[in-house]
Write a protein that binds this ligand. Sequence first.
Ligand code: NDP
Length: 329
Amino acid sequence: MPDVILVTGGHGLVGKAIQHVLATEAPNSRYGRRDGETWIFARSGDGDLRDAEATRALFEKYKPTHVIHLAALVGGLFMHLKYKVSMLRDNILINDNVLHTSYLTGVQKVISCLSTCVFPDGIEPPLREDKIHLGPPHHSNFGYAHAKRLVDVANRAYKEQYGLNYTAAIPTNIYGPNDNYTPEDSHVIPGLLHKCYLAKKNGTPFVVAGSGKPLRQFVFSHDLAKMFIWQLREYDDVEPIIFSVGEDDDVSIRYVAEQIVKAFDFQGEVRFDTSKSDGQYRKPASNEKLLRLMRETSKDNEEFKFTPFEQGLKESVDWFIENYHQART
Ligand code: NDP
């Protein structure tokens, strides 16, 4: 039987990136579309995954053998602070319905998507896969973080009770085309990108919240898509894997803002609003496990090649300018 791969949340930032990689990499290559594979990219309109019946209907329609589970109620700080119950409950329901329906319908492999906010607040750096459950997550997003953590708990339970290797990826901050640019929901890069676009259009200052000093690891969505495709095909274990650039490849928010200004050719004033909080200064995550496993499963012990940040950002800005009217703004 050919593989049927269902991608939930298949038209969001990461889902669109997987579509892009499958379409642009050589057929039957490591990350390209392979003969015999059918890829289904589901939207929430194809079935609300908070609803068990709708989830069941979606799985009965497409009969997936594999699932990349990206769908989630995602949001920025505002959403996390204002909608704690929704962030907890919607995500618990979505994840439980996807995992349990996968089990009931005989799906061989599920890769779910966590986030580095599952890690305990204040844990000694670097973040590593074996530190997820060593303490409570940061209070600001505890609803979302606990819902995501539970996926790892569920994966271990499905392994122990049913012998299934359902697993998870833990990406750091993701950026790329097709992001969510709405002021209330967006993460740092799409938020800044939208602000700079409007500052240029309206001739107003480009205001960056905070001092610009904190450092973050940003992974380009097209690189992340390759990691998901690799994990789906070449990884068979329950243990999650951090998907990120290296610990020392983090960049400051000031550098991000400068690169955005450059990509937009913004000539106006750039201001750092230090009355806004900076958040944690640095929270480096280790990609040692990911790089080692990708290297070991490659043909010639090949290292994974990340897209340089400046290039990924330029591509993201160019996409945003060209697609402003259809983007989630
Ligand atoms: P997006 O918001 O771009 O995509 C998520 C998708 O989930 C949406 O497109 C939406 O579909 C779908 N969805 C939401 N609720 C439901 C529902 N009830 N039923 C069915 N589908 C639903 O998010 P990303 O692509 O950025 O995120 C993908 C994954 O990566 C998520 O699990 C997220 O938690 C995780 N992540 C993201 C990070 C980031 O920086 N963006 C960082 C770390 C982890 P539709 O548009 O059709 O309504």
